[in-house]
Ligand binder design. Structure first.
Ligand SMILES: Cc1cc2nc3c(=O)[nH]c(=O)nc-3n(C[C@H](O)[C@H](O)[C@H](O)COP(=O)(O)OP(=O)(O)OC[C@H]3O[C@@H](n4cnc5c(N)ncnc54)[C@H](O)[C@@H]3O)c2cc1C
Length: 482
């Protein structure tokens, strides 16, 4: 194979979606993945409303939704009731129960279909950056080789070699507690089982087995010490004050509540996405979803940069937008843990009352899932936000907004009856449409990720459109009439 334009380290959700996005835009992409095959266990089990909205912009949500099961609320820790998604700012007002492994399978198939090369059993060891390229040493267990690419993206998980070797700081807080996790079979009922001193063992149903989670009393000084079934049994018995038989272990692990955020998401020609850029407490079951969100934000920007069409500074908006999102995710997940531990604290009581109020409940659901993402606050309510998937009529055919983005290109959606924005078609794809849901909008510029870069309100003409196109799309010809 010729040298790729972009080398991606890690074939988790972030790496697979990013590679697919790059390949969709015609960028030659290789993934190196340390593991020879996908692990037999499954970490996450949900896609949230925001991730589904994003995947729908590439036509990837529908199949997953058909396979999974819908729950009409967002996962949350520390509140007594659910966070309902009814009426929230989403086209998918539910969480989808679906194994992370299945999501990875779907993304991997798409990446391969689009021509991504995936080198499994290849460990990224080191890299050096030059002015116009990155040289990366990978090792397949028998011999090493150097892959030269124009950019390298570390989607290599929380212990990211790429992040460390790029010298990117990872400030934050160490874990204050650890929990043991066991995918096993046992007779405990689903949900929390409390012991005599009020501590609990959590039992989560999984297909054909259960996931047990229990806080660990005396974690070993080396947190990588393998968890044994005996260790998990002893902890469960200690918490419940009686013996519980645990059988058929599929996966035994340990996790904590550490929270860290990469100080920069870009260092020259090296970028980070997913867990490589942030770790946080497991509250809200958000990790896969944020990894996909990062990849979706980065893909089109990096592709335009590689192709040489990107406006000045476009790639740096990835750090600006997603580092800010990462900061909020750390805050949200830490706040959920604090709520869980707060007991009768007055502020926790206040939060519970906010959550019990329908508007407060919906606002918390949008914040915790990232549905409130707005990269350009102020102005029209659509500006900076993911454009809703409104119904459209295009050339006499019924369609919907998300379908216009399946190709991964920016779109200027012209909703005027006269089609007056067609004069911009030399520089951007203009789609003339009508919609029953957009009476206060004449036109809207959609970034490839579906976020709104510009809104033309009725009567405001094309004011600001040329600047928005220069900022997000490139040096497009401005029509003489503008
Ligand atoms: C117990 C548990 C339960 C979870 N439950 C949920 C949930 O319900 N919902 C949710 O959204 N999230 C959940 N998460 C979090 C979620 O699994 C992660 O946030 C998500 O996998 C991050 O995706 P990623 O692509 O960034 O990284 P990863 O999925 O970690 O992928 C990184 C990949 O990089 C590879 N790699 C590492 N180093 C190298 C190297 N040097 N060279 C080559 N390859 C390398 C790794 O082998 C790995 O395949 C859970 C996590 C855990 C541990």
């Amino acid at each position: 194979m010729p040298d790729p334009d972009v080398l991606v380290a890690g074939a988790g959700p972030a790496g697979l979606l990013l590679a697919a996005e790059l390949a969709l835009a015609g960028v030659r992409t290789t993934i190196v993945e340390r593991q020879p095959e996908r692990p037999p266990y499954c970490r996450g089990f949900n896609l949230n409303a925001r991730a589904l909205d994003l995947l729908a912009r590439r036509g990837l949500a529908e199949g997953l939704v058909a396979e999974g099961h819908r729950v009409p609320h967002a996962p949350v820790t520390g509140l007594p009731g659910p966070l309902l998604l009814d009426g929230a700012a989403t086209d998918h007002p539910f969480s989808l129960g679906i194994p992370q492994t299945r999501v990875e399978e779907v993304l991997e198939a798409r990446a391969l279909d689009l021509g991504v090369e995936i080198l499994r059993g290849h460990d990224l060891r080191s890299f050096t950056q030059a002015a116009d390229s990155v040289s990366t040493v990978v090792h397949n267990g028998r011999f090493g080789r150097t892959i030269r690419s124009r950019y390298l993206v570390g989607c290599d998980g929380s212990r990211s070699t790429v992040r460390k070797q790029a010298g990117i700081g990872f400030p934050g807080t160490d874990a204050r507690w650890y929990a043991l996790l066991g995918d096993v079979e046992c007779e405990l009922p689903y949900g929390p089982s409390a012991g005599p001193d009020g501590r609990s063992v959590f039992v989560i149903p999984r297909p054909g087995y259960v996931r047990i989670v229990v806080r660990e009393d005396d974690p070993p000084s080396d947190k990588d010490t393998p968890v044994t079934l005996e260790r998990l049994r002893a902890q469960v018995d200690a918490v419940l004050g009686r013996h519980v038989e645990l059988r058929a272990p599929r996966w035994l692990s340990r996790f904590g509540d550490a929270a860290r955020l990469a100080s920069r998401y870009r260092e020259g020609r090296v970028l980070l996405a997913g867990d490589a850029a942030h770790i946080h407490p497991p509250a809200g079951a958000i990790g896969v979803n944020v990894a996909l969100d990062d990849a979706f934000n980065l893909g089109w920007k990096l592709a335009a940069t590689v192709r040489g069409t990107a406006p000045e500074g476009l790639l740096d908006t990835y750090h600006d937008e997603r580092h800010a999102a990462g900061t909020r995710i750390l805050a949200n997940t830490r706040a959920q843990v604090a709520l869980e531990e707060a007991g009768d604290e007055p502020w926790a009581d206040l939060m519970r009352r906010v959550a019990a109020h329908p508007a407060g409940n919906r606002a918390l659901a949008e914040i915790i899932t990232g549905l409130d993402a707005c990269y350009e606050p102020g102005g029209h309510p659509w500006l900076g936000r993911l454009a809703p998937d409104v119904p459209l009529r295009v050339s006499g055919t019924e369609t919907h907004l998300a379908a216009l983005l399946h190709t991964g290109r920016p779109v200027l959606l012209d909703l005027t009856a006269s089609g007056s924005f067609g004069v911009w078609s030399a520089g951007v794809e203009v789609v003339a449409a009508s919609s029953p849901s957009t009476s206060d909008i004449d036109a809207v510029l959609l970034r490839p990720d579906g976020h709104v870069a510009w809104v033309g309100a009725p009567g405001s003409g094309e004011a600001g459109l040329a600047a928005a196109l220069r900022r997000w799309v490139g040096d497009v010809p401005v029509p003489a009439s503008a």
